[in-house]
Design a protein around this ligand. Structure first.
Ligand SMILES: NC(=O)c1ccc[n+]([C@@H]2O[C@H](COP(=O)([O-])OP(=O)(O)OC[C@H]3O[C@@H](n4cnc5c(N)ncnc54)[C@H](O)[C@@H]3O)[C@@H](O)[C@H]2O)c1
Ligand SMILES: O=C(O)[C@H]1O[C@H](OP(=O)(O)OP(=O)(O)OC[C@H]2O[C@@H](n3ccc(=O)[nH]c3=O)[C@H](O)[C@@H]2O)[C@H](O)[C@@H](O)[C@@H]1O
Length: 387
C-alpha cells in the first residue's frame, strides 16, 4: 500500500506525522479514517472527545494501531500543545465552534474558539517552522454582491455577481447586531493572521474553505447522541425530523441556496493538500461542489424522498413547515444567500474535482442515519413521559 505512493509530480511520498487538532469531530474522523486506511502517515489526534474515532483507536490489534495516538486535551489551556506540534511535520487545525445556532446565542465562545484559541496554534507553527493547514469556512464570503441588487435585476443571473473566488471576492457581512457573523468575522481574522505569518515570517500554510461538507457522523441527533434542545447543522436537523416522523422546519421559507459536497470527495482534496505541499503551500482553497446547488426547501424535499426510499416509510402528507429565523435561532440571526465555489485554483493546483451527486450522497448518508439511529429514536419516542 504505502511504499509505492507518489505525489502529483511523480515524487515518492515520505511518511509524515500529523498533529490533528479537532480530530474527534466530523471532518477529523473522516480524515483519520482515510489516513489510516490508505496512507503510511501517523496521526497525533487531539480533541476533547473521541467517540467518532473510537473505531480507529480500538482494539489495539488494528493494522494502523501504531500510527494513531489520541490525546484528550482542550487547546484553550493545555501546555502539551506546543510539544505535540513540535513532534509533528504538519499541523491541521479543525477545532472550532461551527454550528450557526451558537453564533448569535454564544458569540463570545464563538469568537474565542475561532480566533483566540487558534492563535497559539499559528504561533507555535510559525516559531517552530512547522507547516499548517488551517480550516476556515466559506462563510468568510458572507453574502453575495448580487444579493444587494434589486430583486428583478438581470445582473443577479450573472456569475460575476455570485460566484465566490478565493483571490477576488470581497467578504460581505451584516451589521454588528447580526451576531450570526461573529463566526465568519473570527475566521476571517485568523485567515488574515495566518496569511500575514506567511508573508512576514515565512510560515508554510494552506487555508481550506469548506462549502457545506456533509455525510455520516455529522454533528448529532438531539436527544440521542447530543442535547435534546441542541440545534445542529441542517443535515442533522432534517435527519432528526425524518427519524421522528415530524415535518422538516424551513427557516424563513427555505429560500437560501447552498452547494453540498460529499465528505468523502472533500477528504480526497485534503489528502492532496497534505501530500503535495509544494502545490498547496501559500494557497487558500475553496472545497465544494458547484454542481450540487439547491435551495434549503429543495434539500428538504429531496431528503424526504431519499429517506422514504431507504427506510421504506411513506413520507408525511405535509413534509415541511415554515418557521421564522427569530423563532428557530433567536435574535441576531442572518444568512448567506447563495454559495457557489469557484474551482479554478484547486483545479489548477491539485487537479481535484468533486464526483458525487446530491442524490447519491444523500442516499448513502441517510442509509447511515437510518441504520445508526432509527431504533434509538423509536425507543425514545415510545418512552412514557414522566408525570
Ligand atoms: N463541516 C463543514 O462543512 C464545514 C464547513 C466550513 C468550515 N468547517 C470548519 O472545519 C472545521 C471542522 O468542522 P467539523 O464539521 O468537523 O466540526 P466538528 O464540530 O464536528 O469538529 C470540531 C472538533 O473540534 C473539537 N474542538 C473544539 N474546540 C476544541 C478545543 N478547544 N480543544 C480541543 N478540541 C476542540 C470538537 O470537540 C470537535 O470534535 C471547523 O474549523 C469548521 O469551522 C466545516
Ligand atoms: O458548512 C459550511 O460550509 C459552513 O456553513 C454552515 O452554515 P450554514 O450552511 O448556514 O448552516 P446549516 O445549519 O447547514 O444551515 C443551512 C441552511 O439551512 C437552514 N436550516 C437549518 C436547519 C433547519 O432545521 N432548517 C433550515 O431551514 C439555515 O437557516 C440555512 O439557511 C456553518 O456555519 C458551518 O458549519 C460552516 O462553516
Amino acid at each position: 500500500m504505502a511504499s509505492s505512493r507518489v505525489d502529483l509530480d511523480g515524487n515518492p511520498i515520505k511518511p509524515i506525522t500529523i498533529c490533528m487538532i479537532g480530530a474527534g469531530g466530523f471532518i477529523g474522523s473522516h480524515l483519520c479514517e482515510k489516513l489510516m486506511s490508505e496512507t503510511p502517515h501517523s496521526v497525533l489526534a487531539l480533541d476533547v472527545y473521541n467517540d467518532k474515532i473510537k473505531h480507529l483507536l480500538e482494539p489495539h490489534t488494528l493494522p494502523w494501531a501504531s500510527r494513531i495516538q489520541f490525546h484528550r486535551l482542550n487547546i484553550k489551556h493545555d501546555s502539551r500543545l506546543e510539544g505535540l506540534i513540535k513532534m509533528s511535520d504538519l499541523t491541521i487545525n479543525l477545532a472550532a465552534i461551527c454550528t450557526p445556532a451558537d453564533y448569535n446565542t454564544r458569540p463570545l465562545d464563538t469568537i474565542y474558539s475561532n480566533f483566540i484559541d487558534a492563535l497559539p496554534v499559528v504561533k507555535y507553527c510559525s516559531e517552530n517552522n512547522k507547516r499548517l493547514i488551517h480550516f476556515s469556512t466559506c462563510e468568510v464570503y458572507g453574502k453575495t454582491i448580487g444579493s444587494f441588487l434589486p430583486k428583478d435585476s438581470p445582473l443577479r443571473q450573472d456569475p460575476a455577481y455570485y460566484v465566490l473566488k478565493e483571490d477576488e471576492s470581497p467578504c460581505i457581512f451584516g451589521s454588528i447586531e447580526k451576531q450570526r457573523w461573529s463566526y465568519a468575522c473570527a475566521k476571517q481574522l485568523i485567515e488574515r493572521l495566518v496569511y500575514a505569518e506567511g508573508a512576514e515570517n515565512g510560515l508554510e500554510f494552506t487555508i481550506v474553505r469548506p462549502f457545506n461538507w456533509i455525510g455520516p457522523r455529522m454533528d448529532f441527533i438531539p436527544g440521542i447522541d447530543g442535547p435534546s434542545e441542541g440545534v445542529p447543522r441542517v443535515l442533522a436537523c432534517f435527519s432528526n425530523n425524518l427519524l421522528r416522523g415530524e415535518p422538516l422546519k424551513l427557516v424563513d421559507g427555505g429560500q437560501s441556496q447552498r452547494t453540498f459536497v460529499y465528505i468523502k470527495d472533500a477528504i480526497e482534496a485534503v489528502l492532496l493538500m497534505i501530500e503535495n505541499p509544494a502545490r498547496a503551500n501559500g494557497h487558500i482553497f475553496n472545497v465544494g461542489n458547484p454542481n450540487n446547488e439547491v435551495t434549503v426547501r429543495q434539500l428538504a424535499e429531496m431528503m424526504t424522498q431519499v429517506y422514504s426510499k431507504v427506510s421504506g416509510e411513506a413520507p408525511l402528507e405535509k413534509p415541511t413547515i415554515d418557521v421564522s429565523s427569530k423563532e428557530f435561532y433567536g435574535e441576531g440571526y442572518d444568512d448567506s444567500d447563495k454559495r457557489i465555489p469557484d474551482m479554478t485554483i484547486i483545479n489548477r493546483q491539485l487537479g481535484w474535482n468533486p464526483k458525487t451527486s446530491l442524490w447519491d450522497l444523500l442516499e448513502s448518508t441517510l442509509t447511515y442515519q437510518h441504520r445508526t439511529y432509527a431504533e434509538a429514536v423509536k425507543k425514545v419516542i415510545a418512552k412514557p413521559v414522566a408525570s
